[in-house]
Design a protein around this ligand. Sequence first.
Ligand code: ADP
Length: 555
Amino acid sequence: MAPASTPAAASRPPVTAWRDWRAWPESLASLWRRSLRFRTVLITVALTALAILIACVWMALAIQNDLFQSRLQQVESDSRRATQAAQRYLDAAEPQGDAVQLQLLMKQAVRNLQQQSATDMIAVYRIAKYSPIAPQDVTTGLEKSIISADLRAKVRAGGEPQWWQSVALPAGEGQQVAGIIVGQQITVPEVGPYELYFAYDLGAASQTLSFIQATLWIVGIALLILIGAIAWFVLRSLTAPISAAAETSAKLAAGDFGERLPVHGEDELATLGRSFNAMADSIESQIKELADLSLVQQRFVSDVSHELRTPLTTIRLASDMLNDSRDDFDPATARAAELLHAQVQRFETLLTDLLEISRYDAGSVQLELEPTSLAHLAEDVIASMSQLAEQHHTSVRLVAPGAYSPVDMDPRRIRRIVRNLLGNAIEHGEGHPIVVTVDSNQQAVAIGVRDFGLGMTPEETDRVFDRFWRADPSRVRTIGGTGLGLSISLGDARLHGGTLAVWSAPGKGSNFVLTLPRAGQRLDGAMPIPVDPGEDALASLGATQPIGVTSGSDS
Ligand code: ADP
């Protein structure tokens, strides 16, 4: 895992985290996920950059095109004017077939062309066939190789008055500069047509274009930074109240009902804040109402249980008496006395459980801690319930590799939990052996009660600690459960800072594990007994060898 994603890296000061470039992608991704402001600014900047890029490229191309067109028009009219002037000069001459005269005429014509036009780079090539009097080709600074054969062919063919072509002109020291060559024909009297080419350099236009492009890019980047900064500041003013609302709602969710949003002004955010606060007020008052109601209910249950205790004691004494002397009654009355006795006992258990539950609800339960050996406590409980186990033809085996040394606990409550777990296992174990495991580690001691009986579905397992809940109320009850046993056990385990966990599967049985921390320890490491018994324990259901009672020294 990347260093930035570990908790230690997350709590590192941001500056240090940013210095480590390898953590950047991770930090940016987490910023993208967590910060609305960062995300919005990034999207705004990216879209603006795209728009500016398109605008700049478009403007640069348009300007480049415009500059070229105007320069082209300029050079075309310049070369046309110079050619017309030179043609007029040639037409006015009368060389009378003299080759020397003609040569001089050509030289002067080229000089005129240079004077009349804005360029010195001129070339003149003869078109017609060889003639002894025809002046020689002239080139002034314009290499023949630069002019393409295509352009030359077009000029030779005549037709349009002018032809042009974009070229790269040599600019000294191996450099090149953009240029235009314009070609047309010129006629020398008594000799015939010549090709005439002018080369114009576009260096100045290129410089202007570069300057405009640089300016465009600088303005574009400045605009981008400006828009990014504006988006950041605008969003800050918007997201600050949203962050405050998120923080406040998190505190409310955590149970801090007094928390409210600060409200300033009358804009939409203020309206949101006022609605939020009104909602918090309403939730707070409803929760208070419910808490008051729950308190009244708790008191009611506690008062009723107390009030019922006195008459119930009298009824129980009377039912005991009747039950003791049932041999003297006729069979029907004796059966009635027996039933009355059993139901009064059940009623008394229910009342005791209800009183216990109401004590938890009132928060008035006090633990009476004393050093107790969990292994020995388990042995005692197993021994005390051996008769019930025998009635169900169930053998209970104790596997206790640890948890002999005393640990602080309330033995009365822990005994009640173990008795309840074992009672349930016997009752729902369908006669299969029950394995009670006791073990310990550095942090905790634990006891697991594993049966291989009916088991429960995941939905039933989820509800097993609910008050008054039973998987199937029609199941045959032999020890008269009230449906409160496991919720009381869970309350007792929690009072000790411990846990009571369950694993169960239909047809495979159940495993309840009570884990109690040693004094001053917390239950955050590996548990001494896993809740899921795994395949090994399941296999022991079909083990041919009986599961022996093993014991060893405490860990
Ligand atoms: P009860 O007094 O009914 O035993 P508990 O709270 O102890 O109340 O148990 C609640 C219900 O959980 C039981 O009625 C039973 O349906 C189910 N249950 C508890 N232990 C087991 C077990 N070992 N196997 C199957 N079902 C169980």
